[in-house]
Design a protein around this ligand. Sequence first.
Ligand SMILES: *[C@@H]1O[C@H](CO)[C@@H](O)[C@H](O)[C@H]1NC(C)=O
Ligand SMILES: *[C@@H]1O[C@H](CO)[C@@H](O)[C@H](O)[C@H]1NC(C)=O
Ligand SMILES: *[C@@H]1O[C@H](CO)[C@@H](O)[C@H](O)[C@H]1NC(C)=O
Ligand SMILES: *[C@@H]1O[C@H](CO)[C@@H](O)[C@H](O)[C@H]1NC(C)=O
Ligand SMILES: *[C@@H]1O[C@H](CO)[C@@H](O)[C@H](O)[C@H]1NC(C)=O
Ligand SMILES: *[C@@H]1O[C@H](CO)[C@@H](O)[C@H](O)[C@H]1NC(C)=O
Ligand SMILES: *[C@@H]1O[C@H](CO)[C@@H](O)[C@H](O)[C@H]1NC(C)=O
Ligand SMILES: *[C@@H]1O[C@H](CO)[C@@H](O)[C@H](O)[C@H]1NC(C)=O
Ligand SMILES: *[C@@H]1O[C@H](CO)[C@@H](O)[C@H](O)[C@H]1NC(C)=O
Ligand SMILES: [Cu+2]
Length: 573
Amino acid sequence: MMRRGDQLLLGFLFCLFLSLAFAEGGKIRHYRWEVKYEYKSPDCYKKLVISINGRTPGPTIEAEQNDTVVVELKNSLLTENVAIHWHGIRQIGTPWFDGTEGVTQCPILPGDTFVYKFVVDRPGTYLYHAHYGMPREAGLYGLIRVALPPGVSEPFSYDYDRSIILNDWYHKSTYEQATGLSSIPFGWVGEPQSLLIHGKGSFNCSTPGIQSGLCNATNPECSPYVLTVVPGKTYRLRIASLTALSALSFQIEGHNMTVVETDGHYVEPFVVKNLFIYSGETYSVLITADQDPSRNYWAVTNVVSRNSTTPNGLAIFNYYPNHPKRSPPTVPPAGPVWNDVDSRLAQSLAIRARQGYIHPPPQTSDRVIVMLNTQNRINGHVRWSVNNVSFNLPHTPYLIALKHKLGHVFDQTPPPDGYDFVNYDIFIQQPNVNATFSNSIYRLAFNSTVDIILQNANTMNPNNSETHPWHLHGHDFWVMGHGEGKFDMYSDPQKYNLVDPIMKNTVAVQPYGWTAMRFRADNPGVWAFHCHIESHFYMGMGVVFEEGIDKVGELPTSIMGCGDTRGGTFHKP
Ligand SMILES: *[C@@H]1O[C@H](CO)[C@@H](O)[C@H](O)[C@H]1NC(C)=O
Ligand SMILES: *[C@@H]1O[C@H](CO)[C@@H](O)[C@H](O)[C@H]1NC(C)=O
Ligand SMILES: *[C@@H]1O[C@H](CO)[C@@H](O)[C@H](O)[C@H]1NC(C)=O
Ligand SMILES: *[C@@H]1O[C@H](CO)[C@@H](O)[C@H](O)[C@H]1NC(C)=O
Ligand SMILES: *[C@@H]1O[C@H](CO)[C@@H](O)[C@H](O)[C@H]1NC(C)=O
Ligand SMILES: *[C@@H]1O[C@H](CO)[C@@H](O)[C@H](O)[C@H]1NC(C)=O
Ligand SMILES: *[C@@H]1O[C@H](CO)[C@@H](O)[C@H](O)[C@H]1NC(C)=O
Ligand SMILES: *[C@@H]1O[C@H](CO)[C@@H](O)[C@H](O)[C@H]1NC(C)=O
Ligand SMILES: *[C@@H]1O[C@H](CO)[C@@H](O)[C@H](O)[C@H]1NC(C)=O
Ligand SMILES: [Cu+2]
């Protein structure tokens, strides 16, 4: 019989062998995660949160380019399903591990373990989060940092690499929120109670009506996040937003920031005092600790684009060796006003690919899909729509349905490629706000070049148009242009940036504006494209693209088990 020590040694040697065997194609990064409910007080108010291995934000995945990430995910949520999306990872060759329940997989049932395995093929800053229902905003999110291989350096230098995730935080459970959104009369989720900087915020416990014992302002869980810096050093700060609703500005009092990366692509550097960041985006900025080192400074995040009641989020930019908890002697800067659309548009227009790292876009496209973003009513429900179609998911995930030719499980009529440009006034409340439900999808010719024009419009409220950050799965796209008002199909394409457009996976469309993007449909699979505002997607603001389904390899059975894939009664193609 083998002694335990020998077994461990053997196991160790085996692991060593595995990592050596895969050394050429990158290392294996193995994570074992347990997802469960826990009481936490991230903003001093105690509520049930969803944690990964006891933490929210969850553990950061650290990998090198071309490594394989393996996440063994155990769902210990008693009654709730889960799935995790690896946001910004294109899943080339593994479309079934995109983690989009209803699109690429069945949900992971309570008690089950699911293994995700995918390659991180590009350096940069990415995210992961729950993509089933609304649990993302209950705390199920984190960062993926992919480093360059040893010996390769970034086109900018810094002394230290740090990261923070920004989030907004609600006290109501996601169940209450989802129920309100799908009820008649409609119950809106309202503005978040606080903003979190890397999982820490500060709700005012003296707010009238707060049940005693639930909120404790001196709980160390909600002491402000501290970013300690050494005077004179330069920091790369990776900033990510996973807000449920809010568009944010982020700034560090008295310090400028140089934007150098977004969504895994190098940006031609530009300096900002505050960074606008939308849900689903990541940025790297460089900050030099070159101010008076005898004091600390505020890091502030505030809501923009909504006339919000949410108080600003605060963290401490701590100059070593000052005490990390020492409050800065100043009043925190208020941040930009919420309705200054011009400044936000200016930042979007300033983002260009870095010289030397430009991926030239195709100069023409094969297909143009204009997507009118509207708020509507269907049978008394408040919904969001694209070209008058409000999206809902079928029971059988599209990837499985398409691969196994289960044509009956979703509507086969394609959704519209545009809207009535001539007669639709984007600036007014519509006389007829009715729209239709559909689970139909866009089928794209494999390897064709597709332009998407996001066209914003007035909501069902007077003089109101909202900001929507759109996120595309399975691809990066070129940001060809942004503009105000109604997109003109004849003149606006002439203003496209065909020279050095940035590539991204998430981009915002501003109130009453348009955003044009281009991508190549060259990643066989089925990919969601949706507004990253949790409640908007829940209310139908999304579409699905299929491309090259015939080139998708055999699907793992682990993604099946729901809808028409139950019990494997269908036949293999
Ligand atoms: C990563 O893998 C791709 C495809 O196999 C290869 O072209 C590239 O050179 C690799 N990069 C690194 C840094 O290993
Ligand atoms: C907290 O709320 C109480 C009651 O509304 C108010 O008096 C107090 O000024 C608030 N504190 C802060 C820091 O906003
Ligand atoms: C609040 O938290 C502090 C620090 O953990 C603790 O000492 C104190 O007893 C708590 N107060 C209440 C009312 O629970
Ligand atoms: C920040 O940048 C602005 C504009 O370039 C400049 O006027 C200001 O002096 C800079 N502030 C610091 C602290 O470097
Ligand atoms: C913003 O909301 C506040 C109330 O929270 C209101 O007083 C103010 O008029 C609003 N501003 C605009 C421009 O709608
Ligand atoms: C909109 O739909 C409702 C049913 O939900 C219907 O009663 C109403 O007539 C429709 N309005 C128009 C203008 O078609
Ligand atoms: C949207 O669809 C509804 C229901 O089919 C229809 O009544 C309405 O006219 C359509 N609106 C637009 C702007 O196409
Ligand atoms: C896709 O299209 C590009 C540009 O036309 C071409 O270079 C490439 O070979 C095509 N790839 C495939 C897999 O067909
Ligand atoms: C909407 O905006 C227009 C133009 O700015 C203004 O004339 C009108 O009074 C506003 N209406 C409302 C309901 O705020
Ligand atoms: Cu939206």
